[in-house]
Ligand binder design. Structure first.
Ligand code: NAP
Length: 432
């Protein structure tokens, strides 16, 4: 099998594609902060997108924000458009890895994956859309494997904390971990939190199309993963969680799909015992529950019709009660926000047969980090790229389309993230 060397003669280790987007601009800043972590202590990089003036502005802003005026002269700009195949090929040929920030991925993602695979370039994205992620695995895994290309999706807040968090919990457990439930809580400051319109649009089209995901999954023809240990109980659509002392709902994002893909890969490729997973998100008190129910029902109803979708897209702030906006969060909102995943794991201590009786041990871990969408996501994406560049021998033996946990289970990604503001930890003492 071919592999792509990080010491290849290509001019750039990393190309940030979609650098002019709301998220892309923060990925650019994060790459600029991280250049000393590239192979042999240097990182060669460029930014790309469809509008040169916008990309120049991004470099200008990053130069100001980081007090690095040299960015304006040293970082090259590549003009490439998703709709122009040759421009994507020309971009891909110049880089070892493309960090793809152009979304919604269901509309713009596939041509980038295709161009990366055809031109021997690794591809990392921050997609949170299971249909796109699983579709790329179905359609490009074999071709990527032949080319030695790693296509690693969902390397942002969706779904590195959840996916690597389950693996961290398993690695810290002394015995066989059989099930994990995660509870996500988001903290915001006095001005509240906000998510940019790009993610709102991805969510709208994702929900509208959820039926197709079921038929896509059938095409894999997978056997069900074996259930090791007691079967995990599915919680109801809304419940009071004693674990986090607030109301909680099943987490609607990509995490369950991504974690399951990782567990399947590790079971099938490395014969590791699969961990069952349930993902939940804290909602808060009763007032928040009422607001969520109202917004949720309205969203559920409107997303089914193109007229409704158009209204949702036109007025994100109105229909999301201010959670999403076309402007995105302010600097202050980002500074004051943080996330915390708490993982409640159970399993069987060493010497206990997980196929007999009830689990006899528990573990509690946490993954904490700064604001999820535009601080933690760029860090996770860039550290995924740095890991890919520096630890090629610890990646899966062949290229392919992988979840983050499948790609990085044997690497030091968790340690790298811990050095960049994430905190993966075991909760000990009476709280555990
Ligand atoms: N995993 C996570 O936790 C996480 C966090 C944040 C964001 N995201 C995802 O990241 C994606 C981007 O979000 P965002 O809020 O940054 O969106 P955005 O601000 O709308 O950015 C979209 C980017 O795509 C570019 N683009 C659009 N069409 C293009 C084309 N034909 N050719 C080349 N570039 C094109 C835009 O270029 P122009 O500037 O020229 O228009 C812009 O740079 C979304 O899918 C979002 O869900 C995920």
């Amino acid at each position: 099998m071919a592999t792509i060397s990080t010491s290849s003669s290509r001019p750039y280790h990393i190309i940030v594609f979609g650098a002019s987007g709301f998220t892309g601009q923060f990925v650019v800043e994060e790459v600029a902060r991280t250049t000393a972590e590239g192979p042999a202590g240097t990182l060669k990089w460029a930014i790309a997108g469809r509008s040169r003036p916008k990309l120049e502005k991004v470099l200008d802003q990053a130069a100001g924000a980081l007090s690095k005026p040299e960015l304006k002269s040293e970082v090259e700009i590549i003009v490439a458009d998703v709709g122009e195949e040759e421009s994507l090929a020309a971009m891909c040929k110049q880089g070892v890895i493309v960090l793809n920030c152009v979304g919604p991925y269901r509309f713009y993602g596939e041509p980038v994956v295709k161009a990366c695979v055809e031109n021997g370039t690794h591809c990392i994205d921050i997609c949170g859309e299971p249909q796109f992620l699983e579709g790329m695995q179905l359609n490009y895994h074999n071709q990527a494997a032949e080319k030695g290309v790693y296509v690693i999706g969902s390397c942002g807040f969706d779904s590195i904390p959840a996916d690597m968090g389950v693996l961290f919990t398993r690695d810290q457990f002394k015995g066989t971990l059989t099930a994990v439930e995660s509870f996500l809580t988001i903290s915001t400051g006095p001005e509240g939190g906000c998510i940019h319109d790009g993610t709102w649009q991805s969510a709208i089209y994702g929900f509208a199309d959820s039926v197709k995901l079921r038929s896509l999954r059938k095409k894999f023809g997978y056997k069900p993963l074996p259930t090791v240990g007691s079967r995990i109980k599915r919680r109801s659509a809304l419940f009071f969680s004693k674990e986090i002392d607030q109301y909680a709902v099943p987490f609607m994002g990509a995490d369950p799909s991504v974690v399951k893909r990782t567990q399947r890969y590790l079971h099938e490729e490395h014969q590791e015992s699969p961990v069952q997973y349930g993902a939940y998100a804290g909602v808060g008190g009763i007032a928040s529950v009422v607001k969520l129910l109202f917004a949720g029902m309205l969203f559920w109803f409107m997303v089914k019709f193109s007229f409704g979708r158009n209204l949702l897209i036109k007025f994100p702030e109105l229909f999301s009660f201010g959670v999403f906006s076309k402007e995105g969060p302010t600097k202050k909102q980002m500074e004051d926000s943080s996330f915390c995943f708490t993982f409640f794991g159970e399993g069987y201590t060493e010497g206990q047969d997980p196929m007999q009786g009830k689990p006899n041990a528990k573990i509690r871990t946490q993954v904490k980090g700064a604001e999820a969408g535009y601080v933690a996501t760029p860090i996770a994406m860039v550290q995924a790229a740095i890991t890919l560049l520096n630890e090629p021998k610890s990646l899966p033996k062949t290229g392919g389309v992988y979840s983050p946990g499948a790609a990085f289970a044997k690497t030091t990604l968790v340690d790298r993230l811990n050095k960049h503001g994430f905190q993966f930890s075991v909760v000990t003492g009476p709280e555990a």
